[in-house]
Design a protein around this ligand. Structure first.
Ligand SMILES: NC(=O)c1ccc[n+]([C@@H]2O[C@H](COP(=O)([O-])OP(=O)(O)OC[C@H]3O[C@@H](n4cnc5c(N)ncnc54)[C@H](O)[C@@H]3O)[C@@H](O)[C@H]2O)c1
Ligand SMILES: [Zn+2]
Length: 342
């Protein structure tokens, strides 16, 4: 097991990379301990849970609501959870986001930790202290920044992940490499087959490197005022496509990354060759690089983006692979980028 640290204003977090779920109990010092999970994860891994109370929440984005948070508060009351208790979310990014929000607001904040069980949650969602729920159709509109005390990352849990979920995670892995780690990018180019088949050495290096970069960025800019915005690479166009074309998150982000890479190349920041390498790597991971879309609908969705400031968007462009920079760009410039995806 290797560990990483985040020192944030909203708390300190230890990331245990390669620690088995079976050792969870030894990391929580409390008399009352509670697990929050979902039905699928409990069916697969419930036998490995320590003997604590378990709260189950629903599956899918439709469960990422204040109503679910309400049901968790009710369960906390039933189980007599108090300020000395410890809460651990075991599940994908959704379980972590909802449980983290419930724990950080109940009694003005309980101690909590995460055991992420999807690749996306291991490399991205569980780390960094953002939690929350959707509200009135807006993703993650309500939430807090509060660091989990720990994140326990057990690679063995990934073996049962359905392929589409694995690919969602690899889209974020490629994003991380592209914005901040050229060596990881080359490693992915060389080992994509081993990565897709979850070869232990390959997957360990990939997850560790992604986490190391995320920890570094979050420690610099916990509240996403500058540096952390780089991790939204591919997500502006991606979120709009996800909504309009009903794509999976990873597929939409893949297309968003292609659009952003091509826009970077147009501006002379990224070589055409490197833009091509990014597309080629996404294709190796069976992520889409072209799509049919109604450009007007996507444009409308972009205008509703909550990160929009007037007619400009904070957009992440590339200054070469492994080097991102955030620049305000006019919303009209995105039209060209959208055309590139057809
Ligand atoms: N807080 C952040 O910084 C951050 C960052 C990125 C994404 N997110 C959030 O994360 C969520 C998406 O997370 P996700 O992609 O993990 O999806 P998810 O949590 O919805 O899980 C996807 C599915 O996989 C199942 N599953 C989980 N672990 C499994 C396993 N080991 N084996 C088999 N099935 C398993 C779940 O039951 C679920 O059906 C979104 O709500 C997104 O907003 C948050
Ligand atoms: Zn994402």
């Amino acid at each position: 097991m290797r560990s990483l640290r985040i020192e944030g204003a909203s708390g300190r977090s230890t990331i245990m990379v390669g620690e088995p779920l079976e050792r969870l109990d030894s990391h929580c010092d409390a008399t009352r301990k509670v697990i929050i999970t979902d039905k699928s994860v409990r069916a697969l891994y419930g036998a490995l849970f320590p003997p604590w109370e378990v709260i189950e929440i629903g599956i899918g984005e439709r469960s990422k609501t204040l109503a679910t948070v309400n049901s968790i508060y009710e369960a906390f009351l039933r189980h007599k959870v108090d300020r000395s208790s410890f809460v651990v979310a075991v599940g994908g990014g959704l379980v972590c986001d909802v449980a983290g929000y419930a724990a950080s607001t109940y009694l003005r904040g309980l101690r909590f930790g995460f055991v992420p069980t999807t690749l996306l949650a291991q490399v991205d969602a569980s780390v960094g202290g953002k939690n929350g729920v959707n509200f009135k159709g807006y993703k993650n509109l309500v939430g807090t920044f509060t660091q989990p005390q720990f994140v326990l990352c057990d690679f063995a849990l990934l073996k049962t992940l359905p392929e589409p979920e694995l690919k969602n995670g690899f889209a974020e892995v490629i994003k991380t490499a592209v914005v901040g780690d050229a060596q990881l990018f080359s490693f992915l180019e060389a080992t994509w087959k081993g990565a897709l088949s979850l070869e232990p050495d390959v997957i360990e290096r990939i997850i560790y490197d992604c986490l190391a970069l995320k920890c570094r960025i979050v420690s610099l800019d916990e509240k996403e005022k500058g540096e952390r915005r780089k991790l939204n690479f591919g997500h502006t166009v991606g979120h709009a496509l996800e909504k309009v074309n009903h794509l999976r998150h990873g597929e939409a982000v893949s297309l968003g990354m292609v659009a952003a890479a091509r826009l970077s190349a147009r501006r002379g920041l990224l070589s055409r060759n490197d833009a091509g390498r990014i597309e080629a790597l996404l294709s190796k991971f069976e992520l889409p690089v072209r799509t049919h879309m109604d450009a007007n609908l996507v444009r409308d969705a972009l205008r509703r983006d909550k990160k929009r400031e007037n007619e400009e968007i904070h957009f992440v462009l590339l200054d070469g692979i492994g080097n991102a920079r955030v620049m305000p760009i006019g919303i009209h410039e995105l039209d060209e980028a959208l055309n590139d995806l057809r």
